[in-house]
Design a protein. Structure first.
Length: 347
């Protein structure tokens, strides 16, 4: 299936796909692969940032770092959910926040950065919020799709040759010590060679603070923020990316691609079918994220659709036909408050 959009043209979609492959690729490199000038790529990039909410940011991979991740469902009294969602969105450890259930429910992913953050949020702040009448927290156990694997690649805006040309190559000298036994090859291959959990050191925080605001920050900008030499910054960033501790991700408003509806699906399966169902969901073009969870449901999915009719066709068709699926609860988002970064008045 090829991506269709009434707002973006083929080059826009190819640029988004290229940034998913390598968010730090230069405009000249992307232009060479796509067969256009770097000035054209720069203009398209600026327009996508202004009109489609495009942001390129660094993300800490909690799964690779061995850190807990949680999906929260908060039921709120009417007229309070927006205020609470905005407050959650301002926290650096929250992602993918949406309002559902007629505006009385908040769905939120949280990735505590420090051991006490989870207890502070779930045992401290939220229970003391009078407007929150129910809290459900499900720990994420195993990611089937999402994270470093972006949704755009499912629509094949780029052929395999262009994807290979854009895939960053690992400098084994720069990433020495970050990946056990790694040799020159793709970042994806290096991540697979990693032994044990990845690691972020305290001295990496100034570097990541800049990249979490702008994943395309230049090396001179990173050098200024960290006080390290440019060569040291390059080596450390290469090591972080190679180990999988950090990846460069893109966010954008999917309605500009013709997919305005997002929904969280809470799926119950038989225990023996859990992994097979998760692996099958990862291949569905509607699925942007899928993970096994601990709690009332065994799998949580973020699905993206063109509208309610398409969502129904997915629920009753590809999802409904999966052997082992026993129950599905769908929570369509009325509004998306936060993806990776918080912007007041978000969609």
């Amino acid at each position: 299936m090829e991506m269709e959009s009434h707002t973006l043209d083929k080059l826009d979609l190819q640029l988004l796909s290229a940034l998913e492959v390598d968010g730090r690729a230069s405009f000249s490199r992307i232009g060479t692969v796509l067969g256009v000038s770097d000035q054209t790529i720069a203009r398209r990039y600026r327009r996508l940032c202004a009109e489609a909410g495009l942001r390129v940011v660094a993300v800490r991979d909690a799964e690779r770092l061995g850190q807990d991740q949680w999906m929260l469902r908060l039921r709120c009294i009417p007229d309070s959910a927006t205020v609470i969602a905005d407050a959650l969105a301002k926290r650096p450890d929250t992602y993918w926040i949406g309002l559902g259930s007629g505006g009385t429910e908040i769905v939120c992913m949280t990735r505590p950065r420090h051991p006490g953050d989870h207890d502070d949020l779930l045992l401290g702040k939220l229970p003391r919020t009078p407007s929150v009448v129910e809290i459900r927290a499900q720990q994420l156990l195993h990611r089937f799709y999402g994270g470093p694997t972006g949704w755009m690649r499912k629509f094949r805006a780029l052929d395999d040759e262009r994807v290979a040309a854009l895939t960053p190559r690992l400098d084994p000298g720069a990433a020495a010590g970050a990946v056990a036994g790694a040799v020159a090859g793709t970042v994806a291959g290096a991540v697979g060679a990693a032994v044990g959990p990845a690691r972020i050191d305290p001295e990496d925080e100034p570097l990541l603070a800049v990249l979490e605001r702008d994943g395309r920050a230049t090396y001179p900008e990173l050098q200024k923020a960290t006080g390290r030499s440019e060569s040291a910054v390059k080596r450390r960033l290469a090591a972080l990316l190679a180990s999988g501790a950090v990846y460069i991700d893109v966010e954008y408003h999917s309605e500009f691609l013709g997919y305005p509806l997002a929904a969280v699906l809470w799926i119950t399966t038989t225990p023996s079918a859990l992994h097979a169902v998760g692996e099958a969901l990862a291949t569905h073009e509607e699925v942007a994220f899928a993970s096994a969870t601990a709690g009332p449901s065994q799998i949580v999915v973020t699905a993206v659709a063109r509208g309610t009719a398409d969502l129904y066709r997915y629920l009753s068709g590809p999802l409904g036909r999966l052997e082992g699926v026993q129950h599905v609860e769908a929570t369509p988002f009325l509004r998306r408050v936060k993806q990776l970064t918080y912007q007041r008045g978000g969609r």
